[in-house]
Design a protein around this ligand. Sequence first.
Ligand SMILES: NC(=O)c1ccc[n+]([C@@H]2O[C@H](COP(=O)([O-])OP(=O)(O)OC[C@H]3O[C@@H](n4cnc5c(N)ncnc54)[C@H](OP(=O)(O)O)[C@@H]3O)[C@@H](O)[C@H]2O)c1
Length: 331
Amino acid sequence: MNTFKALVVRENNGYINYQVENHLKKDMLDDGEVLIKVAYSSVNYKDMLAVQKNGGVIQSYPMIPGIDFSGTIEESTDSNYAVGQQVLVTGYNMGMTHTGGFSEYARVPSSWIVRLPENLSMKEAMIFGTAGLTSALSIFELEKNGMNTSLDQAILVTGATGGVGSIALQILSKAGYKNITALVRRKNQVQVAKKLGAQKVILLSDFEFKKKSLAKQTFNYILDTVGGELISNLLPYVCYQGSVSLCGNVGGIKLNTTVLPFILRGINLIGIDSVNISQDYRQMIWSKMAKEWKITNSTLFTDITLDELPDTIQLLKEGKHLGRTVVDITK
Ligand SMILES: NC(=O)c1ccc[n+]([C@@H]2O[C@H](COP(=O)([O-])OP(=O)(O)OC[C@H]3O[C@@H](n4cnc5c(N)ncnc54)[C@H](OP(=O)(O)O)[C@@H]3O)[C@@H](O)[C@H]2O)c1
């Protein structure tokens, strides 16, 4: 590699700008034992925050964003990883304080690497991406707390047409769940959510929240991707001994609740983090995603090039982005 191309975020006189730059030198990449030729990356909500001023993601500039990628090892000083091996990386400090995946090359610590599971291509890994990993972790944790296909439990997915929510609907449906409700904000998302696997769809504006500590027991399990006011309003509707997984903050970071759903209905609130989970847990969840939870053959996703990335980030900023977008770095 002499020079390479990447999306670069820079700060100039207090302004943040980002564009695809050519002819970048290797010393632009942060340290690590393994140099990887990136094949695919994907677009996540956090990437949109990364290119915003005060987005709370990037700490110092210039920075290559991109919180996940798959690719092939080109150089390695760790004997556990060989040149030519196909791998994927998500989370840690990537695209935040360590140069990330919106780039033809990435250099990372070998401890961050997940071996590409059998039966999953590099492209499929990024159709899932960080959003898919987060959905899978949420489902795994809810199942640990009793969610089970053999019982007719009512499951609600919020932010259901977003990256995490759309993959969650597809995995739940593939796994055999038959009582899945999607919560969406816009009418044109109703059919989309049904296609993704929801049997029922609730339009947020039609849901009349009773602002009480306890409301009618309606959902056994909630896979929440929104946080804030929405999940605060939904906790009173969780059934006795039900569980809620919580991974996102698109709806805000404040959680306004009372102890009553917890102490009178014994509900669980399970925090989901995909960034710093252990390698063993990561590898196990990725192998489930490559086997019984593999939905990538039927997933609808948008395929873009690195040059088209700024336009997609703009769609995310405007709230017009649907589902998953894969960045094909090889084009
Ligand atoms: N914990 C982790 O490790 C982890 C990993 C990945 C993602 N996340 C977080 O998970 C969240 C979702 O990520 P994503 O990639 O799925 O984002 P996304 O693709 O932007 O989707 C967000 C979804 O939430 C909906 N939404 C936004 N604001 C809402 C509100 N106030 N009330 C109801 N619905 C609302 C959006 O609906 P519209 O289409 O109507 O706008 C959209 O369906 C983000 O906060 C992200 O940072 C966390």
